[in-house]
Design a protein around this ligand. Structure first.
Ligand SMILES: Cc1cc2nc3c(=O)[nH]c(=O)nc-3n(C[C@H](O)[C@H](O)[C@H](O)COP(=O)(O)O)c2cc1C
Ligand code: SF4
Length: 596
């Protein structure tokens, strides 16, 4: 039942304020709960929350609502449908299915039906690329959509059937673990790694981590031991362990599996980190798209408290540590670590200045470890078995094993664990890819790998990756991917700095122009120029990698662009140089990020 009456909404807002200690840092969590119950954050709720949390600063609340895709100021209907718009969903026919659903429901995309019953919209990747086309319905993942399923969903909505009465199989999220290796093959019993580390001591546990040479699994590959070592040495009143489960890179869904089946291992890794650096509190930041995991994760945390694996005096020691969940609300940039910390503090997920680093001043200004879900799982493994055993796998610069999310044109999409250094060819063979034309490794911000490069290795030394391998068959049009990625970055740019805000928009427009067969040689030059500006002048990793897919496409598939050129008379109406000149004129400074 959706809450629509103002007095009840005000009472809900008051109740949430009390439950969250009237702390502005909890604002995002309060808004997520209001949105879930009201399918928007209505004025009645804003009138209570704004003054209670920000006093006269009334603009902060609407700014937040506009920043997060899953929050809205206006009512979204009794049934809110968000169709996953990743390229792999599109390859499975999601756009045609979306059109079919809209016509059956009698609703236009992006609008609420006149009777207020339903809205249909598109969202970035929902992390179900191995079982798409997918959608979120009232925040819950729905997988393997077909025309028949869409017809049945239309009937259920028109009959106003509550979601709990819908067929359960619609909401089934398959684990799809296709290959396990050193990390996942042998289960670690809850508490075993923690017991081993408490016995060994914090310093010796850190030395095991050094010995393992574990590097972060979230993309950048930073050495985990150095991060933990730095955080423990910074003088502080408190320290925090932050687990990054934002998993927003399209094509990535390994953390989903880890939280679904191996949540104990992940939380145990966070607990060990707390023991090593001297933190008492951990926060697991989970992307809103994984709302279906909420009850499961809360259950695991509660069970661990009962088992003496969270809380005070863990396993009879003097060490105390607990973990709570924090829910994201649909913003890819919140996977970037300082944006995530801002979001955890109830603000818009805008990346901070580079320094101080989170290990020096992170959450609440205190030293904070940010690690990926898989990094914590690997740390727990190292905590139990020691660093040497871990370092036996992989390559010299990329030790251990890695989870790879395989999707696209193959018979067996899913999650594959291999030692780092596995070749693309081997992955393609195992997943049943037939005659693939190219791969996209590490998502839109990663690399395009044509068939002639399939012997390259997935490892930090060659093809670094967060673990994403999208397979494109012989009949795929490169431009469909390029357009999808360019629009993704345009949508997800947080807008803070000019090179990224303007550059991603101009690139998306240029891709559209080529797609329409209207490209020109000067457009090609403009793409190169914009790519260089984005890569070198953007404030954070999003902008710095937003053009990689385009420069890769230009370098490796130049004919695809040539085939879509018309003549040389079309010029962009607006260039990034003009935008930067305008920014300089406005601020009076040479630095294009002068407003930062
Ligand atoms: C735009 C952007 C999105 C990111 N998304 C994620 C993410 O979803 N999960 C993640 O662990 N790291 C993500 N990162 C990397 C984090 O900033 C950070 O490096 C990572 O969480 C550190 O953990 P690790 O050392 O265990 O890899 C992202 C970075 C950028 C620039
Ligand atoms: S590079 Fe893009 S996402 Fe990063 S701060 Fe600048 S505008 Fe925001």
């Amino acid at each position: 039942m959706v809450l629509t009456h103002a007095p009840q909404i005000r009472a809900l807002a008051q109740d949430l304020l009390d439950r969250h200690g009237r702390d502005p840092l909890n604002l995002l969590q309060i808004l997520v709960e209001v949105q879930e119950v009201c399918h928007c954050v209505p004025p009645a709720a804003q009138d209570v929350l704004g003054p209670a949390l920000f006093g006269s600063d009334r603009l902060r609340l609407p700014a937040l609502l506009r920043f997060y895709s899953f929050l809205s100021e206006t009512y979204q209907g009794e049934y809110v449908i968000l169709l996953s718009d990743n390229i792999t969903d599109q390859m499975l026919g999601s756009r045609a299915l979306g059109d079919h659903l809209c016509s059956r429901l009698g609703v236009k995309p992006g609008r609420v039906r006149a009777d207020g019953r339903v809205s249909v919209n598109y969202t970035s990747c929902t992390g179900m690329c191995d079982q798409g086309p997918a959608a979120l319905i009232n925040g819950l993942a729905v997988t393997r959509l077909t025309r028949e399923r869409m017809d049945r969903i239309t009937e259920l909505i028109n009959a106003r059937k509550p979601l709990p009465l819908w067929p359960r199989e619609y909401f089934a999220v398959a684990e799809n673990l296709r290959r396990s290796d050193a990390l996942l093959r042998h289960p670690v019993p809850p508490g075993a790694a923690l017991r081993a580390c408490l016995g060994r001591g914090a310093e010796a546990t850190l030395q095991e981590l050094y010995r393992s040479d574990l590097r972060g699994r979230g993309g950048a590959g930073f050495k985990t031991a150095i991060k933990w070592d730095t955080a423990r040495k910074v003088p502080a009143r408190g320290r925090f362990i932050l687990c990054n489960a934002d998993e927003g890179e399209p094509g990535t869904f390994k953390d989903r599996l880890l939280l679904q089946r191996y949540a104990d291992l992940v939380i145990e890794g966070m607990t060990l980190a707390g023991f090593v650096v001297g933190a008492r509190e951990g926060i697991l930041y989970v992307r809103g798209e994984y709302r279906f995991l909420r009850e499961h994760l809360e259950g695991v945390l509660e069970r661990r408290r009962v088992q003496g694996l969270l809380g005070e005096g863990l396993l009879g020691s003097s060490f105390g540590f607990d973990v709570r969940l924090h829910w994201g609300a649909g913003a890819y940039i919140c996977g970037m670590e300082t944006a995530m910390i801002e979001s955890m503090e109830g603000k818009r997920g805008i990346p901070r200045k580079r320094f101080p680093l989170p290990v020096e001043a992170g959450y609440r200004g205190e030293p904070s470890i940010v690690n990926n879900v898989e990094t914590f799982a690997a740390a727990a493994h190292i905590g139990l078995h020691g660093g040497q055993r871990f370092a036996r796998h992989g390559t010299p610069d990329s030790t251990g094993t890695k989870l790879f999310c395989v999707s696209g044109d193959c018979e067996r999409p899913g999650i594959y664990e291999y030692p780092w250094g596995v070749s693309c060819r081997e992955v393609l063979r195992d997943c049943g890819a037939r005659n693939p034309q190219y791969l996209q490794v590490s998502g839109p911000s990663g690399s395009t790998v044509p068939a002639r490069e399939f012997d390259r290795r997935l490892a930090l030394e060659d093809l670094p990756t967060v673990g994403t391998v999208m397979v494109f068959g012989p009949d795929r049009d490169l431009f469909a991917m390029t357009r999808n990625f360019a629009r993704f970055f345009r949508h997800e740019s947080c807008g803070l700095c000019t090179p990224c805000r303007v550059g991603t928009t101009l690139l998306a427009d240029l891709v559209d122009k080529f797609e329409a067969g209207l490209g020109s040689p000067s457009d090609l030059k403009e793409i190169r120029h914009l790519a260089a500006v984005l890569t070198t002048m953007s404030h954070c990793g999003l902008g710095q990698t937003a053009a990689c897919h385009l420069t890769d496409a230009l370098d490796k598939f130049p004919r695809a662009f040539e085939a879509r050129m018309q003549h040389d008379t079309f010029e962009p109406a607006f260039s990034l140089d003009e935008a930067l000149a305008e920014a300089r004129a406005l601020t009076g400074r040479d630095d294009p990020d002068a407003h930062l």
